[in-house]
Design a protein around this ligand. Structure first.
Ligand code: GDP
Ligand code: MG
Length: 179
């Protein structure tokens, strides 16, 4: 029996986490390979970006959604989570409250997202000198909630592509296990 994998499947992937952690910057770095310092205007985050990631000769179509700043008002809606197959949850390694809020984001995710959603926790801004959250703290939290974990920098690009590749890899194996 041959294992079928449909390369045309579009995987809705969403970015969540506190305002200012670097969601839009990580997506822009992944999409365009560039970093822009200074805050993005709220409207920049509207809509989605299509990207194709190739893993072991298999193409994985990602439709990556960014918030338009609703997270500032804790009003990311139920609809945003609907049909999401993967989710990148970001915190800022220089911001304690963004790390503390990961638990709240995870309970919202458990409440609104599909049970089998692929979750990747990202500790972003590791290029900065004033880090307060250690890698071990991030790893420990990820282990506790049984999610994948990486540290990234939207500024240098460190691990940004790898993070999306890991998500694509998980999505491909999830789809193959369903067939
Ligand atoms: P969002 O609200 O989660 O979408 O965050 P933004 O992408 O708008 O980023 C908020 C601020 O953090 C901006 O000033 C970015 O330039 C900055 N920023 C984002 N990611 C990084 C990073 O990895 N390193 C550094 N040094 N700054 C970052
Ligand atoms: Mg944003």
């Amino acid at each position: 029996q041959t294992i079928s994998y449909n390369e045309e499947t579009i995987h809705k992937t969403i970015l969540v986490g506190d305002s200012g952690v670097g969601k839009t910057s990580v997506l822009v770095q992944f999409d365009q390979g560039k970093f822009q310092s200074g805050s993005f205007s709220a409207t920049v985050g509207i809509g989605f970006t299509n990207k194709i990631v190739t893993i072991d000769n298999k193409k994985c179509k990602l439709q990556i959604w960014d918030t338009a700043g609703q997270e500032r008002f804790r009003s990311v809606t139920h609809a945003y989570y609907r049909d999401a197959q993967a989710l990148l949850l970001l915190y800022d390694v220089t911001n304690q409250s963004s790390f503390d809020n990961v638990r709240a984001w995870l309970s919202e995710i458990r409440q609104y997202a599909e049970e089998d959603v692929v979750i990747m926790l990202l500790g972003n801004k590791v290029d900065k000198a004033n880090r307060i959250i250690t890698k071990e703290q991030g790893e420990k939290l990820a282990k506790q909630f049984e999610v994948s974990f990486m540290e990234t920098s939207a500024k240098t690009g460190q691990n940004v592509e790898l993070a999306f590749m890991a998500v694509a890899r998980a999505l491909i194996s999830k789809q193959m296990n369903m067939t």
